[in-house]
Design a protein around this ligand. Sequence first.
Ligand code: NI
Length: 138
Amino acid sequence: MRITVGRKAHFNAAHRLHNPNWTDQENKDFYGLCNSPNYHGHNYDLHVKVKGEVNEASGYLIDLKILKDIIRDEVEDAFDHKNLNLDVPEFRNLIPTAENIAAVIWRKINKRLPTERNFDLTVLLYETERNYVEYTGE
Ligand code: NI
């Protein structure tokens, strides 16, 4: 029986979308307000989904306490109330779009999951209430 369990989390962070290989005008034209030089913030909502085989003995797919701790360590402690461009090493040379943030989160969480369980991890990152990206590790 393959089943999915999930957990929601939240963090606030600032960012600026800017491609150093483009001119300032090109960046402004493309990213608009998201290119504002002095950064801007988002209230990010994160949905983390883990799919796999339920353990017959425990009846659990994964202990949600474990997933909660992984998300706290890898995402909340690392990103909450941070400037993603300046404070988070993963974005030193990577533009912190929702797409790239979701992929970074996926990699950080995935490396903490036990490989022998063959879990499929999905990360949904809401940058606003209406806009989200989904990454499944492809
Ligand atoms: Ni933004």
